[in-house]
Ligand binder design. Structure first.
Ligand code: ATP
Ligand code: MG
Length: 227
């Protein structure tokens, strides 16, 4: 199902931080939302989630850090049950086992509090929770920035496979062009609350057109990228 939202905008303290923006993401498509810090990526991500939820579309969100999603005083089992309840779903051990296997968290003790698990495992748990409702779109805002690079890459590999199998679309919000380049087929580049460039990833990397895209390309880690 194509994800579709028009006229997304946001104002804070009398300032427009997101100018009217349309977003279209095809079924199973992977899109990166990139731009300098403060360009409005998270604002657009949140506006998109709010609008899609209001339209009754199935969208899930993975925040930057597991701390934002997990209450340190509650067990992991409690979080999972709450997530199922919020979606109006009955507990389903088969679904849980499938997601735990996909994200390699099987064997984790669910009676523990989040801090009883490693950061990498906590973040994979948060991603698994986001997938309980089999969303059409997963929005991830800097999902691996709190993880070391090897754990981060492993987590993204597991997720890639899972999303591909189910044709789940992905919006990856990040200022890490290197991460986006490896994971998405299209890049939307933001500057000052607007999408200023929207093109296939290879095109943005090889021939950036706007100042924002040129500046991101100039500052990427060129040792890691072929172009
Ligand atoms: N609650 C708020 N009140 C006032 N200004 C805000 C608020 N939230 C965001 N902004 C401003 O809106 C702009 C866009 O912020 P946003 O967090 O969307 O940027 P971002 O691209 O996600 O940045 P980063 O890469 O640092 O996460 C920034 O100038 C920010 O200061
Ligand atoms: Mg942000």
């Amino acid at each position: 199902m194509t994800i579709w939202a028009t006229g997304l905008s946001a104002e804070r303290s009398g300032r427009t931080i997101l100018h009217s923006t349309d977003v279209v993401i095809r079924s199973g498509e992977r899109v990166g939302l990139v731009g300098a810090s403060g360009s409005g990526k998270s604002t657009l991500g949140h506006a998109l989630i709010d609008t899609l939820q209001a339209q009754g579309q199935s969208v899930a969100h993975v925040p930057q850090s597991p701390d934002e999603a997990l209450d340190p005083l509650r067990s992991l089992a409690f979080h999972w049950a709450e997530a199922e309840r919020a979606l109006g779903m009955k507990p389903d051990p088969t679904r849980q086992a499938e997601l735990f296997t996909a994200l390699r968290i099987e064997g984790g003790n669910l009676r523990k509090r989040p801090w009883g698990w490693s950061r990498g495992m906590q973040q994979r748990f948060v991603i698994a929770m986001a997938l309980i409702g089999a969303p059409d779109l997963l929005v991830m805002d800097e999902p691996t920035s709190a993880l070391d690079p090897i754990v981060a890459a492993g987590t993204m590999d597991l997720l890639d496979r899972y999303l591909q199998d189910r044709q789940t679309a992905l919006l990856l919000v990040t200022h890490d062009l290197g991460l986006a380049a490896r994971r998405v087929s299209r890049l939307m580049v933001m500057e000052d609350g607007r999408i200023v460039e929207d093109a296939p990833t290879h095109q943005v990397l090889s021939a950036p057109e706007t100042r924002a895209a040129k500046s991101l390309c100039a500052h990427r880690n060129w040792l890691e990228l072929p172009c």
